[in-house]
Design a protein around this ligand. Structure first.
Ligand code: CTP
Length: 373
């Protein structure tokens, strides 16, 4: 963790004293620390004890004129490698909650927690044990050694994954009939974009090859925009070799045999001749020299999910098929949620229950990481 920058926000709570031990641990590991102490946090730890340990000034009122000139909440969040000036942050956020067991178990806390997790925030703890209020249960803040270990592992994993390359295809392809008309598939691209984000966040050098969607390109990822399946295939080939390739795109299975160079008038007879499009996934997973170490396909099925997915796994010679049941309207396509089953070539299949696409993405990426390491 040497030379990493961490911004710590200490809020009000009896366990705030543990943050002093965390600061000592981070200092020992040569991390630069800046600290924000909230007004209620000040009831539990003093700015003096924090600044003595961190050897840095403590930000108590980040909107004060003095701080505004020196470093405001935006630049504080940009400064850090690990930041908790939450809204302005473009860094990994860790939350270390502590509260009474009933408060922790309350539905509103749990609902908020799922929301925070869906933003990609990582939650450390809480643990089960005796609490300051005299009750026993889940709500105790994790011990400083555990907090430090988790942060250390986070940086270590990213460092380890930096040697890996990843490629993701996403969104629909368009097969033109004439300059204004085309055949396409239904696809928002959301799941593929979330996978690319999660790969990036985990340290992978990531390429995202995408058909046209309404989504913004993913920052920190090599982004290649394509229209047709042919283009997507060419760009995929150009970006090999890669350690893992995840084919999430909804590729049009058919293309028009002869594209009209002029707009077809409605007075003309339309005789549309289609031919099979190239199967990008099959081509890459059967490539002699450039096959990625892990090749993953998606399957959108309306029936016989297991049978059809296992068939695709075999026929397309890939390592995993991640299957969506698209007959369920509450998941997939335009929804922010998804529920998938993963069928593996070499092990038992598993189901990732309904959750935000960002969380499905990070569960998929976790599995990729453990397979690569
Ligand atoms: N795929 C691909 N190139 C194609 C068609 C599909 O790379 N021309 C990939 C998709 O990105 C997905 C997987 O193959 O990862 C399965 O796509 P799907 O549409 O479910 O399967 P198809 O092969 O098109 O079979 P069918 O439409 O008959 O179910």
């Amino acid at each position: 963790m040497k030379n990493k920058k961490i911004l710590l926000i200490i809020c009000g709570g009896i366990s705030a004293y543990k943050s002093l031990e965390v600061i000592r641990g981070l200092k020992k590991r040569d991390v630069s620390i800046k600290t924000i102490l909230t007004k209620s946090g000040k009831n539990f730890v003093t700015p003096l004890s924090i600044s003595s340990l961190s050897q840095e000034k403590v930000y108590e009122d980040i909107f004060s004129a003095e701080n505004e000139a020196e470093m405001d909440h935006i630049s504080l969040s940009r400064w850090a490698d690990l930041s908790t000036v939450v809204l302005a942050s473009n860094k990994q956020v860790f939350l270390v909650p502590a509260m009474n067991v009933r408060m922790w178990e309350h539905k509103s806390t749990q609902d908020n927690l799922s929301k925070l997790k869906s933003y990609g925030y990582k939650i450390i703890g809480p643990e089960i044990g005796d609490m300051a209020c005299g009750e026993y249960g889940k709500g105790k803040m994790s011990e400083p050694s555990y907090i430090l270990g988790t942060i250390e592992n986070y940086f270590k994993n990213i460092e380890k994954n930096k040697k890996f390359k990843a490629l993701v295809t996403a969104g629909p392809t368009k097969e033109f009939i004439d300059p204004v008309r085309f055949i396409t598939n239904k696809s928002s691209g959301k799941q593929g974009y979330e996978i690319a984000k999660s790969l990036r966040d985990n340290g992978f050098e990531t390429t995202l090859i995408s058909g046209e969607t309404n989504l913004d390109p993913v920052e920190g990822v090599k982004f290649i925009s394509v229209k047709t399946a042919e283009e997507m295939f060419r760009e995929t080939l150009k970006n090999l070799p890669t350690d893992v390739a995840i084919f999430n795109a909804a590729v049009a299975d058919f293309k028009v045999k002869e594209i009209n160079s002029e707009k077809i008038k409605k007075s003309e007879n339309l005789d549309l001749k289609l031919e099979k499009n190239i199967d990008i996934l099959s081509n890459i997973s059967n490539h002699n020299s450039l096959r990625p170490k892990i090749t993953i396909g998606f399957a959108a099925e309306t029936q016989n999910l297991e049978l059809n997915s296992k068939k695709k796994l075999d026929q397309k010679n890939c390592d995993w098929i991640i299957a969506n049941d698209i007959s369920d309207k509450t998941i997939g396509f335009d929804s922010d949620d998804n529920e998938v089953s993963i069928f593996y070539k070499n092990k038992e299949s598993e189901k990732l229950l309904k959750k935000k696409k960002s969380l499905i993405a990070s569960e998929i990426v976790d599995r990729v990481i453990s397979e690569l390491n």
